[in-house]
Ligand binder design. Structure first.
Ligand code: AMP
Ligand code: ZN
Length: 460
């Protein structure tokens, strides 16, 4: 049974799906006004691992993600660049999905742009006004947190009379809870970005987007809501308040939050100018999969510190893995057969991944597998490929590429000639001559690996 730490109950739980064999997951997607940074991408890798573990365990996963393509920041940036909001947001949405692809993150099964679901948001807000959870203020419609009896339980927040500040913008690093905007009335800054609503022309606040889209995609409650730890308050706290108040049901059965990617002990953030984009680390010579591998060195709930030293170690380790797998794969038929999976290692691996998605442990088990002298090359190779359903580090393709690169080495003419002679000797079953020719080839610093009807020439 899959178990994990539920950040709502604040304890480890055994996961029980609403529908047997299925899991519905919602993750807060990017605000598409700029590139994502690799801190953001850590959180998307976390959700990807969770999804892959469920799929490995034969669950059918419905994973929904929103795209925040309207908020204060997107509107401001489109004005700065003097372009239409959709031109800006579509550009960054495309870059975001490219980043996901390069990190081998599976695209969510349902992707929803906020601007396409405004009628659903208006409908929730109307219900909240009718039920007196929301009121119309001078610049928008606000959710009254005093009306919601368990407001803040996810974040462990206690309401106090003094905390009755109104928060109208999408600034979400606020310390204190307060009535928050569900809808913002049109102002000149919004330009053409507005919708008619019974309570006044305007645009949605950030939090209501996720309540409306998760309900539309997955119903309520769905199984698991994921995100970075910074979203617990106010974003997820406010999502819960709105959705519960509207539908009289919990929003999500379980909550999973990932730790920060830090730089020098501080959260990586756009506002702090201490961030790297995926393209920055690629320019520094690290493939996106090296970053994926680097992420597995810490548990998803721990904070991590990004350093280039750490990336160098990850790069070396991953290259070594690809080489080892390439070496192993030379002597086996890589197209055949999955029954060679080693059950001891498979069981240990599965225990690790279903225990709060423990990737550092899964990785350690994988290294033990590679170093184990007592199991066959077939078992190593196919067990590694089985683990890669969750790791998604491209073991098969990369080990093939390593071998191919070796084959394309400049092989001196005399070695080529000797190798051809040796092939004929083997075809004539003249094993003695074949062995002598191999020794000749070795003297030139090369070796031959017999492969079916042919051979591969490698450096010793
Ligand atoms: P945003 O685009 O700011 O809404 O963030 C998108 C996702 O990235 C959210 O799930 C955030 O919780 C997450 N996130 C933001 N900064 C970091 C960070 N430094 N480390 C890990 N996740 C982060
Ligand atoms: Zn959200």
């Amino acid at each position: 049974m899959i178990n994990f730490y539920d950040s709502f109950r604040k304890e480890k739980i055994n996961f029980i799906p609403k529908i047997n064999g299925e899991v519905s997951m919602y993750q807060c997607g990017p605000t598409v006004y700029d590139n994502a940074h690799i801190g953001n991408l850590r959180t998307y890798v976390m959700s990807d691992i969770i999804r892959r573990v469920f799929e490995y365990e034969k669950f059918y996963v419905r994973q929904a993600m929103n795209i925040t393509d309207i908020d204060d920041k997107t509107i401001r940036r489109s004005h700065e660049q003097n372009i239409k909001l959709s031109e800006l947001t579509l550009k960054y949405e495309e870059i975001f999905f490219e980043d996901l692809k390069r990190l081998n993150i599976l695209k969510p099964t349902i992707v929803m742009r906020a601007t396409k679901y405004v009628p659903q948001m208006i409908s929730i807000i109307s219900t909240l006004i009718d039920k007196k959870f929301a009121y119309v203020g001078s610049d928008g419609v606000y959710f009254s947190i005093d009306k919601k009896n368990n407001y803040g339980s996810l974040a462990g927040i206690k309401k106090g009379a003094e905390q009755k500040e109104r928060i109208s913008n999408d600034e979400y690093d606020k310390e204190n809870p307060g009535d928050f905007a569900l809808w913002k009335f049109w102002s000149e800054n919004d330009g053409e970005n507005s919708w008619e609503a019974p309570f006044g022309k305007g645009r949605p606040g950030w939090h209501i987007e996720c309540s409306a889209m998760s309900h539309e995609a997955l119903g309520q409650p769905f199984d698991i809501h994921t995100g970075g730890i910074d979203l617990i308050f106010p974003h997820h706290t406010n999502e819960i308040a709105q959705s519960e108040a509207c539908y009289d049901k919990p929003l999500s059965e379980y909550w999973i939050h990932g730790g920060f990617m830090n730089v020098n002990g501080e959260k990586m953030a756009k506002s702090k100018q201490n961030f790297f984009k995926l393209s920055d680390i690629e320019s520094a010579g690290f493939s996106p999969l090296v970053y994926r591998y680097f992420l597995f060195s810490a548990h998803y709930r721990s904070q991590m510190n990004f350093t280039f030293e750490g990336m160098v170690s990850a790069k070396n380790a991953l290259e070594k893995i690809y080489k080892t797998l390439a070496e192993i794969s030379k002597n086996i038929d890589t197209e055949n057969n999955s029954s060679a999976i080693n059950s001891d290692y498979k069981n240990k691996f599965e225990e690790a991944i279903i225990d709060d998605f423990n990737m550092p442990k899964a990785l350690a088990i994988f290294h033990d597998l590679l170093n184990d002298k007592n199991i066959t090359a077939e078992e190593k190779y196919f067990t590694a490929l089985n683990f890669d359903k969750v790791f998604a580090l491209d073991f098969k393709n990369k080990s093939f590429e390593v071998n191919k690169a070796e084959q394309n080495l400049e092989i001196p003419e005399n070695v080529k000639k000797l190798a051809e002679e040796r092939l004929s000797a083997r075809q004539n079953k003249d094993w003695k001559k074949a062995d002598e020719l191999r020794l000749e080839i070795n003297k030139s610093g090369f070796d031959i690996i017999d492969k079916g009807e042919g051979y591969i020439c490698t450096i010793i």
